[in-house]
Design a protein around this ligand. Structure first.
Ligand code: A3P
Length: 290
């Protein structure tokens, strides 16, 4: 048994901290938090608090699986423990490390239309830059990768080079090249261990996407219409269960800046070939506009 379960808190017998049987591996800004919170509405789902970043950070990974297990919530044997760290998807070492933990783990990959995702990523980076210290932090990566210095630059400036071509080195754009990261995962895991979740559908109408996931995880269908209500002020669905109503934080569902339609068109055209490669890899057409 567990030692820490005895400290102060009431804990059911038969529960223990278990390594996750399912991971939400990314993609950042595609609704990873919404997905985890929505799945947590299911009585057979437990979730890790926060993002553990076990597989993508060497300092955490070197602490070993027992360290990771102790970050997990208590669960009953019939429950599924889920952890989400969106940077798992883009970090090259991660698939092999995940396999070393559990070769039959289930993987959820949530994606959005790539240009929308890039603008969402830009919006988040800009809001962080606005609140951060004036000197750019060295941890934020190469100038071309994260590029928020001095006065705020527009998305158009960062996404399109002076010669009019797409700046693929700009991180919000390169992260949207889903196929370039996914192939590594499919080298290590079989296709049926991965479910691709449509993040745009999860925003519009979460229940059908969640039904697919329940099936994928071997859970009886329990999340339904009664678990959601549309919040017109927020512009998104909020979550409801027996005990509480809850919307995601204000950092989820930010207002995006207006982007020049000519730039959107150029980027959509640029991504169309990449999207096709992603569809081919997953055997599924997400129907993103060209
Ligand atoms: P925006 O803030 O750009 O709209 P992540 O959790 O991976 O960072 O993803 C954040 C995105 O989740 C938000 O991006 C938002 O569009 C999306 N999302 C999906 N369902 C949501 C919900 N019910 N409430 C708020 N945001 C939601």
């Amino acid at each position: 048994g567990e030692q820490d379960g005895a400290v102060g808190r009431v804990r059911f017998p038969r529960t223990s901290r278990r390594l996750p049987q399912c991971l939400i591996i990314g993609v950042r800004k595609c609704g990873t938090r919404a997905l985890l919170e929505m799945l947590f509405l299911h009585p057979r789902v437990q979730k890790a608090a926060g993002e553990v970043h076990f597989f993508d950070r060497d300092d955490n990974y070197s602490r070993g699986l027992e360290w990771y297990r102790k970050k997990m919530p208590h669960s009953f044997p019939h429950q599924v423990t889920i952890e989400k760290s969106p940077s798992y998807f883009v970090t090259p070492e991660v698939p092999e490390r995940v396999r070393a933990m559990n070769a039959s783990v289930k993987l959820l990959l949530i994606v959005r239309e790539p240009v929308t995702r890039a603008i969402s990523d830009y919006t988040q980076l800009r809001s962080h830059a606005a609140t951060a210290s004036p000197s750019p932090s060295p941890a934020s990566g190469s100038a071309s990768g994260s590029g928020q210095q001095g006065p705020q630059r527009s998305f158009e400036e960062l996404a399109i080079k002076p010669d009019g071509t797409v700046n693929v080195a700009y991180r919000p754009l390169s992260t949207s090249l889903y196929h370039s990261f996914l192939h590594r995962w499919l080298d290590v895991f079989s296709r049926d261990q991965l479910l691709v979740v449509n993040g745009d559908l999860l925003i519009e109408d979460p229940v059908p996407e969640l039904r697919r996931i329940e099936q994928f995880l071997g859970l009886e269908p329990r999340i339904g219409r009664h678990n959601f209500y549309f919040n017109h002020t927020k512009g998104f669905f909020c979550l409801r269960n027996d005990t509480a109503d809850k919307c995601l934080r204000e950092t989820k569902g930010r207002r995006h800046p207006r982007v020049d339609p000519a730039v959107i068109t150029k980027l959509r055209k640029f991504f169309s070939e990449h999207n096709q490669r992603f569809y081919d890899l997953v055997g599924q057409d997400l129907g993103w506009p060209e």
